[in-house]
Design a protein around this ligand. Structure first.
Ligand code: HAM
Length: 414
């Protein structure tokens, strides 16, 4: 019987995995520059963490979680997103005791039981950052600017940043009433999804693609903000302006997770079929205390790496991710082969990437192998060269060949 990977998952094979390494390195380098430190949390957590953290009426918790009972009969869930686990770790490890703002990042797989399509998987990868302990709107803008810079440095074209303020829970409750007054009379004319969402989360109804044109006169949450929320949002926008980060205000923007307060935002780009969101996030001032921690504010973003890669591919952006082999060593004869073993190891110890033949192939086949590996040089050792302590070095780029001292080979390769 031949096995197949589970639906909605991918094997990341050599040849394309280099692109993953490239964008992961870019993410790490950006985090270094922005002073975010890495955190690694478990791939599964107690189910209750997500029910309380992400929200029990969200699609994620209602329909999409990989939940199982472990052998101790505890309900566990594969992480559907990164924030809740990081918040749990922040509380459990008392990271909030740090005198500075705690700025953390993660890169890794997340799991959601969704209907797979282009850009949507059941195991997917997020690059995310979370900043705890500050209410300063400058940090909201910093988080957005990091996502913006990530897209720019990868060369993505046409990425749009949409920002909104979803206020605080009291404001949202009052807005919900206003919105229901607007939506109730048209309830029957709305699509099935909207009808089921209207009581649970009427703000998400405004996001519906089908009924969009019916909501022109809908009330805007931005008109319902109190002075504090409005001023916070104004300052976030000012900081974005100061940094030259382009954005649009979208008062209809609602996120699919319940924990957001104040700033909410999304990064969108055309080019992956029906799906256009490549990342999103916002502030979550009630989440840390909501899962039993101290009253500490937080803000973060999660970016889907599969979607980034798909857009890079569609926009035909080459990443230069595959690094060529420095040298392929070819041995002609048994004595030379022994010598080659030593030199391949030595070169590798010196930081040079080196390969040799293990299949007993003739020189011509070995040269082809060097070609396939995109080697910068081949070094050919025969009996004559060996006797003189030399080796023939050929540049695969120019075809130029010269003889160099065997002991000095590494110096010609750096
Ligand atoms: P999210 O909007 O649920 O937010 O996910 C963030 C990103 O993960 C999405 O924009 C998308 O690129 C990617 N993503 C989500 N589901 C899938 C899927 N099934 N297949 C492929 N990619 C997917 C969060 O997860 C929040 N934790 C973000 C955050 C961090 N908010 C504050 N801090």
């Amino acid at each position: 019987m031949a096995f197949q990977k589970p639906t909605g998952t991918q094997d990341l094979l050599p040849g394309s995995v280099e692109k993953w390494q490239f964008i992961e390195e870019k993410a790490r380098d950006l985090c270094r520059r922005f002073n975010y430190r890495e955190i690694r949390t478990p791939l599964f957590e107690q189910t209750e963490l997500y029910v309380r953290g992400v929200g029990d009426t969200t699609d994620i918790v209602e329909k999409e979680m990989y939940t199982f009972n472990d052998k101790g009969n505890r309900s566990m869930t594969l992480r559907p997103e990164g924030t809740a686990g990081v918040v749990r770790a922040y509380v459990e490890n008392k990271i909030y005791g740090e005198p500075d703002v705690s700025k953390l990042y993660y890169i890794g797989p997340m799991f959601r039981y969704e209907r797979p399509q282009a850009g949507r998987y059941r195991q997917f990868h997020q690059f995310g950052i979370e900043a705890f302990g500050a209410t300063d709107p400058a940090i909201d803008a910093e988080v957005i600017s990091l996502g913006y810079q990530f897209c720019r440095e990868l060369g993505l074209q046409g990425v749009k940043v949409e920002v909104n303020s979803v206020g605080n829970p009291e404001i949202r409750e009052a807005f919900r009433e206003k919105l229901l007054t607007f939506l109730n009379p048209m309830r029957e004319s709305l699509c099935k999804d909207c009808q089921s969402r209207i009581d649970r989360n009427p703000m998400r109804v405004l996001d519906c693609k089908i009924d969009q044109d019916k909501f022109d006169d809908a009330p805007s949450i931005l008109d319902s903000l109190d002075e504090e929320c409005a001023s916070h949002f104004d300052k976030v926008k000012q900081h974005l302006d100061t940094m030259g980060v382009d954005y649009d205000v979208n008062p209809r923007l609602v996120r699919g997770l319940d924990y957001y307060t104040h700033t909410a935002f999304e990064f969108k780009a055309a080019g992956i079929g029906a799906i256009d969101t490549i990342g999103g996030g916002g502030r979550y001032n009630g989440l840390v205390s909501g899962i039993g921690g101290p009253d500490q504010p937080g803000i973060g973003i999660g970016i889907g790496l599969e979607r980034i890669l798909l857009i890079l591919e569609n926009q035909q952006i080459e990443l230069n991710a595959v690094k060529p082999l420095d040298v392929y060593l070819v041995a002609l004869g048994e004595a030379a082969e022994n010598e080659i073993t030593k030199h391949v190891f030595k070169l590798r110890q010196l930081g040079i990437s080196a390969e040799r033949d293990y299949l007993g192939r003739k020189m011509k086949a070995q040269m082809k192998s060097a070609d396939r590996l995109n080697a910068r040089y081949t070094a050919i050792l025969g009996d004559n060269e060996l006797e003189r302590g030399e080796i023939a070095l050929k540049s695969m780029e120019t075809g130029e060949q010269r003889t160099v001292k065997l002991d000095e080979l590494s110096q010609h390769l750096i």
